[in-house]
Design a protein around this ligand. Structure first.
Ligand code: FAD
Length: 475
């Protein structure tokens, strides 16, 4: 395969050591976190600058080659994994890893696409600023990947999705042209907002090489609590109360079921429940204040006292220090990982209007249980923005492959209920390959036609991420 490819030209453009050919070197780029998607590639390209990305794409486009952009490889819908066809080249952005500039007064930062989210957090913290995007994968995922997937995470409630945090982009188009759109302006109504095309397009329209992002003041004080309750209906009552009492100071509201907490305590080293007895459901609640004049501790105590008076809460533990707060967040961020240790898990990343979450959960859990009676639902996630990771672990001791063979049927059951509640079948992870064939079922013909028109206009030779998001059949 490699003999037909312009290997030497790629090596000349990027340097020999940045064109990986050896199977062992390529291996980490060929499988994703869940082991659900695997593939092969004749070579992994590792450009070190925007110019090199541009040269690589010019060559690929000219030769009719297919390119799969890859960031931190933490995506959960198979977008960044090459297929087994052997004709897709992986383009890794990892070497584009510089913080280009930080403007603390203008509250902006400009970074290369391959900077990890954690490295960005650390860099802006040194200037007493906050970049609020927070994901369990932040040690590995990259800003380019976050933007390409329009990642959500635990801070959407206060700061919005990644889309709301981007001011400007630098993008290499499929034909190698560079769009220099690194604007820092908060207001700019000069024609179409082109950056929005690339945000959330999962590498199908262009390769993001750099971004200018919004920064925020760091909260002066934060309170984190783990709350226990009987039902999602009680969690919704708590959410409504907390929002009305704390307004924009409510910065986190994450729900977890008892099964999820049990898994976390069993599989996360050193993890323990702060409660003396078990409860059906838990909420991790975070309040933050940006001013010294706000007594956050009294506000939190007042909120809990009302919640107990209204019989919303069964119990609640307020973190006594930042170490305990981190241990509460660790339980929540560990939710995805711990399910791996319990065998097969059938996943759904869905959203419904917040007020419908209790009904949705009740109906979806009952429907799954009636199909697989001993299945163990672990629905958890960003309740404050309506996003539930409706995951179902296999019955204890069941055959993993047999359980996972029911993936499509279970998806159909759960997504049917999501649609009934006017929800979304992909709240934050995107479409990739996993949900590509579901997309036409939930989008109108007009929407599908518009998406295909945009793809054909920007990437007429279907060079970038073919068969992700949109089916190649129609291009
Ligand atoms: P990759 O996985 O490498 O790629 C993802 C997609 O973007 C692919 O289609 C790829 O082709 C494309 N892409 C990557 N970089 C570029 C680029 N520079 N230009 C163009 N296209 C590009 N997601 C959430 O939204 N919220 C969560 O709370 C969350 N929690 C997670 C927790 C865990 C433990 C894990 C493993 C994943 C989680 N994710 C979450 C999913 C994942 O971390 C995000 O989708 C993340 O934004 C992907 O970034 P990445 O750099 O790893 O991208």
């Amino acid at each position: 395969m490699t003999s037909k490819l312009p290997l030497e030209t790629f090596q000349k453009l990027l340097g020999e050591k940045n064109v990986l050919l050896n199977e062992a070197d390529k291996a980490p780029y060929l499988v994703e976190w869940r082991d659900k998607f695997k593939g092969s590639t004749p070579m992994v390209l590792r450009p070190g600058s925007t110019h090199e990305v541009s040269e690589a794409l010019k060559l690929a486009n000219k030769e009719g080659l297919k390119i799969v952009p890859q960031g931190g490889n933490t995506g959960l819908v198979g977008g960044q994994t090459p297929k087994f066809c052997g004709s897709e080249l992986v383009l890794s952005l990892s070497r584009l890893n510089k913080i280009r500039s930080i403007d603390p007064d203008g509250y902006t930062v400009t970074v290369d696409a391959g900077v990890t989210l954690q490295a960005l957090h650390d860099a802006v913290e040194q200037h007493d600023r906050l970049f609020p995007l927070t994901l369990g994968s932040q040690g590995s995922c990259q800003i380019g990947g976050n933007i390409s997937t329009n990642a959500g995470g635990t801070a959407v409630l206060s700061y919005g999705n990644t889309r709301d945090l981007v001011l400007g982009l630098e993008v290499v188009l499929a034909n190698g042209e560079i769009w220099e759109g690194l604007r820092t302006l908060r207001k700019d109504n000069t024609g179409y907002d082109l950056k929005q095309l690339f945000i959330g397009s999962e590498g199908t329209l262009g390769v993001i090489t750099a971004a200018t992002l919004k920064l925020f003041p760091r909260p002066i004080s934060t309170e984190v609590a783990l709350c226990a309750m009987d039902s999602p209906a009680a969690a919704l009552q708590l959410f409504t109360l907390a929002r009305s009492q704390a307004g924009s100071m409510l910065t986190g509201f994450e729900i977890m079921p008892q099964t999820g907490l049990q898994f976390a305590i069993k599989h996360l080293e050193g993890a323990r429940s702060p409660f003396t007895q078990e409860h059906n459901w838990y909420v991790l609640l975070e309040l933050s204040a940006g001013s010294k004049t706000i007594d956050l501790s009294s506000a939190t105590e007042n909120l809990f006292s009302q919640a107990f008076d209204l019989n919303i809460l069964s119990d609640a533990v307020l973190a006594q220090n930042s170490t305990q707060a981190q241990s509460f967040w660790r339980l929540r961020h560990g939710m995805s990982e711990v399910q791996k240790h319990e065998g097969g898990s059938i996943k759904h990343d869905v959203s419904v209007p917040v007020a419908k979450i209790p009904e949705f959960l009740e109906e979806a859990i009952a429907a799954v249980k009636s199909y697989i009676p001993d299945a163990r639902p672990v629905p958890f996630g960003h309740m404050g923005d309506g996003n539930i990771h409706f995951n179902i672990s296999q019955p204890a001791g069941a055959d993993k492959a047999e359980f996972l063979s029911q993936w499509d049927k279970v998806n159909e059951i759960v997504h049917g209920i999501v649609i009934k509640y006017n929800g979304s079948i992909s709240a934050e992870h995107g479409i990739g390959r996993l949900k590509r064939d579901l997309l036409p079922k939930v989008k109108s013909t007009v929407e599908m036609n518009l998406m295909h028109t945009i793809k054909s206009a920007l990437d007429p030779k279907n060079t970038l991420n073919p068969d992700r998001v949109l089916s190649a059949d129609r291009l």
